[in-house]
Design a protein around this ligand. Structure first.
Ligand SMILES: Nc1nc2c(ncn2[C@@H]2O[C@H](COP(=O)(O)OP(=O)(O)O)[C@@H](O)[C@H]2O)c(=O)[nH]1
Ligand SMILES: [Mg+2]
Length: 279
């Protein structure tokens, strides 16, 4: 159906890709160390609407780095409207000698309405490192100083070093109230000087020629339109928006899936590390 839609509305493909097809570098990610010795790990915070693929992105990165499928973060059913992740949890990725110096926080999805989903106030506190690991977000009342789960003196490791907005290329449109919440989160990050990138997920489901061959991603006019949309509506520079396909139903690793994710991850690490240098 996606292919049909793509084809009906406009010719689906550019002859020349509009961006070079990346060959993400696994070694770069595997050998990364925060450039400041006092910082144990680079902390990546993911936010975005429910079902956009935040947990799947963490799982995908984990699988790629471990060289096999891994399921550390619970993935919700595709149709779920209510967010599944309510706990503020740091996801670490194992390696032979311990853990990678790269950790992820998947905050509860941003939902429609004011009393559902995680409150943007809580997201700000989390970015500053004030939310303790395993804290259960309460969608009715934000965390405040003095509460259990409030970290009064966050270390450089507790802070978020890069914010990643996760958007699905396969949803018709994001509700205005959710867009508004996303804007608030971005503005808070901007005020804290935290760098930001955007990943555009579900590119397989969204576009037929990309689904049939992931190498077509930068040939697809449909995906380019989605990237331009993120640029104009959400305000990210074009070169900070990365189309990816998360692992969802595959049983084995795939080079093309890995490449796109590693390409995004390399920028996530570079920008995050720039922030660490300034701490
Ligand atoms: N086809 C496809 N499915 C995806 C992709 N990313 C996530 N999914 C699926 O979308 C659903 C929601 O993903 P999840 O990671 O739980 O979203 P979250 O709410 O943002 O954490 C799950 O069924 C995933 O398997 C993707 O890039 N392509
Ligand atoms: Mg999730």
């Amino acid at each position: 159906i996606a292919y049909f839609l793509c084809c009906c509305h406009f010719p689906p493909a550019f002859e020349k890709p509009w961006r070079e097809i990346p060959w993400g570098d696994l070694k770069y990610v595997q050998h990364y160390k925060p450039s400041k010795g006092s910082v144990k790990h680079l902390r990546v915070m993911l936010y975005g609407p429910v079902g956009s693929g935040k947990s799947s992105f963490i799982n995908s990165v984990s699988s790629i780095l471990r060289g096999r499928m891994a399921i550390p973060a619970a993935v919700s059913a595709a149709t779920s409207e209510i967010s599944f992740t309510t706990k503020y949890e740091t996801h670490k990725i194992e390696r032979e000698d311990g853990f990678y110096p790269l950790v992820f926080n998947d905050i509860m999805g941003l939902e429609d309405g004011t009393n559902t989903g995680v409150q943007t106030e809580d997201i700000k506190l989390a970015m500053m490192g004030h939310v303790m690991d395993t804290y259960l977000f309460n969608s009715k009342s934000p965390l405040s100083s003095g509460c259990l789960g409030y970290n009064k003196n966050p270390s450089a490791d507790d802070r978020c070093h890069i914010l990643v907005c996760v958007i699905s290329a396969n949803t018709a449109e994001t509700k205005p109230s959710v867009l508004q919440k996303m804007k608030t989160v971005r503005e808070a990050a901007r005020d804290l000087g935290i760098p930001q990138v955007c990943i555009l997920t579900h590119i397989d489901e969204a576009c037929g020629i990309t689904e049939s061959n992931l190498k077509n991603v930068y040939h697809s006019k449909y995906i380019k339109r989605k990237v331009s949309f993120c640029h104009s509506t959400v305000g990210f520079p074009m070169n900070c928006i990365f189309p990816v396909k998360n692992y969802s139903e595959e049983h084995r690793l795939d080079n093309d899936i890995d490449s796109l994710i590693l390409d995004a991850l390399q920028s996530i690490i570079n920008f995050g590390d720039d922030f660490i240098k300034k701490l």
